[in-house]
Ligand binder design. Sequence first.
Ligand code: TRP
Length: 333
Amino acid sequence: MEENKKKRIFSGIQPTNTPHLGNYFGALRNWYKLQDDYECVYSIVDLHSITVRQDPAKLRRQISESYALLLAMGIDPEKSVVFVQGHNPAHAQLSWILSCYTQFGELSRMTQFKDKSQKHADNINAGLFTYPVLMAADILLYQAELVPVGIDQKQHVELTRNIAERFNNLYGETFTMPEPYIVKSVQKIMSLADPNKKMSKSDENPNAIVTVLDDRDTIMRKFKRAVTDSGCEVKRGEGKEGIENLMSIYGAVTEKTFDEIEKEFEGKGYGDFKTAVGEAVADSLLPMQENFKRIISDKGYLEKCMKDGAGKAFAASRKTLQKVNRKVGFINL
Ligand code: TRP
């Protein structure tokens, strides 16, 4: 019987900006693959996103689009729980409680807080500071054992473990200890405009990133303009970071190794290679883009999935919240 029990996974994605190739190959594609082996709970974390200023109309649209995109990528709302964080009030409730078990000093040490408060120096709000507590609540509410995240979120998962451990020590076994699950299989995907910088959602230069919803012409244009070097061989090497980045992208799409790619493009120039990368990327994104168009235009379906997802998320988190309430001395009605 024990063997049948699948491990629970929780992960979240902010609904700000359309995911790019780095997000997709580094994380989202994996979310899809995990569904068979784990019991997955995936959330569009709208509450987290307002820690920096958002345009309300744009945010509303992005929440729906992000949700539709997860479905379009093959995340199955029957198999996994897919929901919008704000649709389950338990997140905000548990977050408040956990904030009383988190120290000011711990939150001050979070590198993301330090980075973001530098970047948004005019709006260092309390939510930005307590962001990791809400993330801890997300994870602990569902008793998740594994948390697929990028390396930049590892510190937050470690804080989550510290909070869980502290609470468990005070009140007895309450929370499952989560582990970060870091996808290492793919190379980091770099900016197309500056191959020494990570491809980043917040890049000002639209040519630096390819989003998963870019159309074929846009994708081809961006790859043609990708910054490379003055050489002509499709090979890795000193000063060839641009070509190496295109090779990683091509490899991520085709599952070919660097050696295989070097062989394939022996004697061919950068132009041919860039065209091949663009086409491979466009081809691989196409089925998802078609699913996306269909889902995003079916408002009724989308709303139904969101409602069902919220209901399942609430049901899955209820027990934990009641247990916590009881332990700290609240009255459950
Ligand atoms: N902070 C994560 C990010 O920006 C998103 C997130 C919120 C998350 N809650 C989570 C990720 C819980 C994993 C688990 O990428």
